[in-house]
Design a protein around this ligand. Structure first.
Ligand SMILES: NC(=O)c1ccc[n+]([C@@H]2O[C@H](COP(=O)([O-])OP(=O)(O)OC[C@H]3O[C@@H](n4cnc5c(N)ncnc54)[C@H](O)[C@@H]3O)[C@@H](O)[C@H]2O)c1
Length: 249
């Protein structure tokens, strides 16, 4: 049997790194793509040390040329890509009236256009295999009404719609497309926001009000991705799976 090959974007840190490591433990060969190459290399080294197969890839998901070069390198090295996790994203806290055009464009380019570019680059392999799993990483705030991150949540809302459209287009080709929508997860992104005082109250007060009153772990997002990438999830498509401790009630 051919080994499955996955591409995880933003895999140099947080949930992307955990997902790449989880896939490798399950015997999936992984392309560890990040704009931060040294971070991707560290994740690659960790996977290889534990007996898994991985290659680090440097790319900016918002740049088509860079994406195509990285995808071609992965395909050449490990074979056709049949699992894709669109995880790379940037966030910014900013009241709506102060969002600059440059920062609107940056957030949309990385978080939404990046999903389009990477998915389009990888898709021919899934179509050739008549099998594929596309998993987009959303954000629970885009399912609620959350202040001061309009551009970020608009990008994630666009991703939710794109997930459903792609699911409708690709289901008959054997490809499922779903969103995993994380809650408040303990990653460098969340830690940065806490340290920079971006939340109006202490984080304990925020997550203390959730049905499961703690931050989530990156490994819990990785577990959801591993399930959606598995054979067992073959009849699940166009769905949004919240992994958020019940925060969206
Ligand atoms: N941490 C949370 O609480 C939380 C909550 C909801 C949703 N999310 C989402 O989860 C996903 C993972 O977030 P995280 O918390 O692990 O973040 P993180 O900042 O720890 O990791 C994101 C990674 O993406 C990479 N990246 C950024 N821009 C890139 C680009 N243009 N091209 C390629 N790589 C790029 C970064 O270098 C970094 O390694 C993101 O989609 C984020 O929006 C996070």
């Amino acid at each position: 049997m051919n080994q499955k090959v996955a591409l995880v974007t933003g895999a140099g840190s947080g949930m992307g790194a955990s997902t790449a490591e989880r896939f490798a433990r399950e015997g999936i060969a992984v392309g560890v793509l990040d704009i931060n190459y040294s971070a991707a290399k560290s994740v690659e080294a960790e996977i290889v040390k534990k007996g898994g197969k991985a290659i680090a890839l440097e790319a900016d998901v918002s740049n088509q040329k860079s994406v195509i070069t990285a995808v071609n390198a992965l395909r050449k090295e490990l074979g056709g890509i049949t699992v894709l996790v669109n995880n790379a994203a940037v966030e910014e806290f900013c009241p709506f009236e102060s969002i600059t055009e440059a920062s609107w464009d940056k957030i949309m380019d990385v978080n939404l256009k990046g999903v389009y570019l990477v998915t389009q680059a990888v898709l021919p392999d899934m179509v050739n295999s008549a099998w594929g799993r596309i998993i987009n990483i959303g954000a629970f705030g885009a399912q609620m009404s959350t202040p001061s991150m309009g551009h970020y949540y608009a990008s994630k809302g666009g991703m939710f719609s794109l997930t459903r459209c792609l699911a409708a287009e690709l289901g008959s080709k054997g490809i499922t497309v779903n969103t995993v929508s994380p809650g408040f997860i303990d990653t460098p992104m969340a830690r940065r926001a806490i340290e920079e005082g971006k939340f109006p109250v202490a984080p304990e007060i925020i997550y203390g009000a959730y049905p499961i009153p703690r931050m989530g772990k990156p490994e819990e997002i990785a577990a959801a991705c591993a399930f959606l990438a598995s054979e067992d999830a073959g009849y699940i498509t166009a769905q949004l799976l919240g992994v958020n401790g019940g925060a969206v009630v």
